[in-house]
Design a protein around this ligand. Structure first.
Ligand code: COA
Length: 266
């Protein structure tokens, strides 16, 4: 990883073999996994946490089961201080897709969402969007409003996850650009030390039907976004996936990584 880079890894939790990932989880994480009511939520949590541990292991040079996390007052996980690491990360998942952002530049926030129908998103606009965002949304043609809603939503959520505030920050207290083809930007934000212009927000290319974004309180950064198949981490692929279609041989993860075949979005 080069000094001003943010790496974003996209993956499908169901491509991974859950038993292989459970093996690297801590006792606390396993207990949390067991508290999920629905199997789907349990496996998505295990897959995300297991993949996070394997990825961080490559970047930080710590064995995946030995990684320890600490949590902010608002539950944002980070590497335990005892590792004295500059690595910052953030995780998001949404019904079948997941995303992990990793960088040494500054705190990072990521979000990925499955795009829903217009009827559902329209009802959410007044509570999720600031007045100027609502006005921008209303000006857009109906056919692109669902994509616009999720472009705006993922940009906003990536921001509140980078600050670590999560949903404790009122969603009307800051504004981003909403149109999917508009350059993602933080337009206004009260009570946050870094000015709006000091933030970088980038939309990430995803599978059809999803929107995703990453936010970092820094400029002059480059975002490298890639798919992460299990083989890239030396893990098995779950049965039912076409190995050849999804295989990405030669993906090297960590600080020595080259950008050669990556999709660079910034
Ligand atoms: C962070 C938050 C916006 C995530 O919303 P979401 O759409 O449900 O979930 P996402 O898939 O985008 O992200 C979930 C991941 O974000 C991370 N996360 C949790 N809290 C976070 C925070 N405050 N800031 C940044 N990231 C956070 C975790 O890694 C979590 O994954 P995990 O549960 O598997 O560990 C929401 O959970 C939130 O606001 N949390 C704050 C909770 C809070 O204020 N707690 C205080 C308790 S007193």
């Amino acid at each position: 990883m080069r000094p001003r880079e943010v790496h974003c890894w996209k993956f499908r939790p169901s491509e991974f073999v859950i038993d292989e990932l459970v093996a690297v989880l801590s006792a606390e994480e396993r207990a949390r996994a067991n508290r999920f009511v629905f199997q789907r939520d349990r496996t998505e949590y295990i897959a995300c946490r297991g993949v996070l541990r394997h990825l961080l292991s490559r970047y930080a040079g710590i064995a995946a089961p030995d990684i320890q996390f600490e949590y902010s007052a608002r539950d944002k996980p980070m590497l335990a201080q005892r590792f004295r690491s500059r690595i910052q990360f953030n995780v998001a998942h949404s019904r079948g897709a997941a995303l992990i952002g990793i960088t040494c530049v500054a705190p990072v926030g990521v979000d990925i969402e499955r795009i829903g129908p217009l009827a559902r998103v329209s009802a959410l606009v007044p509570s999720c969007f600031a007045p100027e965002e609502q006005a921008e949304f209303a000006r857009l043609p109906e056919r692109i409003q669902p994509r616009a809603f999720y472009a705006g939503w993922t940009r906003k959520e990536a921001f509140i996850k980078a600050t670590g505030e999560g949903l404790s920050r009122p969603l009307h207290s800051f504004a981003v650009t909403i149109a999917p083809d508009a350059s993602p930007k933080l337009l206004r934000c009260h009570h946050y030390p870094a000015s709006a212009a000091a933030w970088t927000i980038v939309d990430l290319a995803t599978d059809d039907g999803f929107a995703a974004a990453v936010a970092v309180p820094a400029s002059d950064i480059s975002v490298v976004s890639r798919d992460l198949p299990p083989q890239a981490l030396g893990l098995k692929q779950a049965r039912g996936y076409d190995r050849h279609e999804r295989q990405r041989d030669g993906v090297e993860i960590g600080f020595r990584e080259e950008q050669a075949d990556a999709t660079v979005v910034s």
